[in-house]
Design a protein around this ligand. Sequence first.
Ligand code: PEP
Length: 252
Amino acid sequence: MRKKIIAGNWKMNMSFDEAEDLLFNIVDKLDPNLPKNIEVVVCPPAIFMELATDVADDSLMKIGGQNISNHESGAYTGEISASMLGSLEVDYCIIGHSERRKYFKESNQLIGEKVTVALKNGIKAIFCCGELLNEREAQNHFAIVKTQIEEALFHLDEKSFRSVVIAYEPVWAIGTGVNATPQQAQEMHAYIRKLISGKYGAEIADITTILYGGSCNSQNAKELFANPDVDGGLIGGASLDAEEFLKIINSI
Ligand code: PEP
């Protein structure tokens, strides 16, 4: 059975005290009988990572980073390496988020290097892909996502690919309040699974977790997650409120 995941991307939000409150609120209210195939991942800003892994210790909550360097170590002022995250027992890292692509000019090639370095250090990658609005309007959305996946992931061998989670996040849906329809999400997720099957075979495609992200909230989560190829969500704004995030978790 493939894993289902609800991951919260806090982006650049929260003070230390707010982060502590939110982390404890999530951990304290997580259903202790959460089915074994469902994972909850919280991705706070890097400065709160040690706090987050401490709070998450012995709980059902896993912790993820939001970004890492493509370099292993060395003179890269301000950067955070995969091995640093690993040393704090961080399980996941979001890689290739559209905000990184847009504001930090991350290319598919660079994102691919980050995925490689994450996996090498035992960090599972939550790899983000998705088209811009004008690309969808021009009916180019499948081609764009195909290129993003091929250029950033398909250098991986089969064993490494097993540690990749894909998040389909149409850029026009991120932070806009306009989510993809369940049909649009399912159609793209099925397409992504077919791409994976073509490269790694049906068995790997079948166990790959593919998340939907983009204005997912407690109102629309159930309908989105009901699709056969939607294995959970990457949640931005709605993950900043414990009640709302827990409702989304309970929608899966
Ligand atoms: C995101 O940033 O990954 C995201 C999905 O944001 P939001 O849920 O706020 O649209």
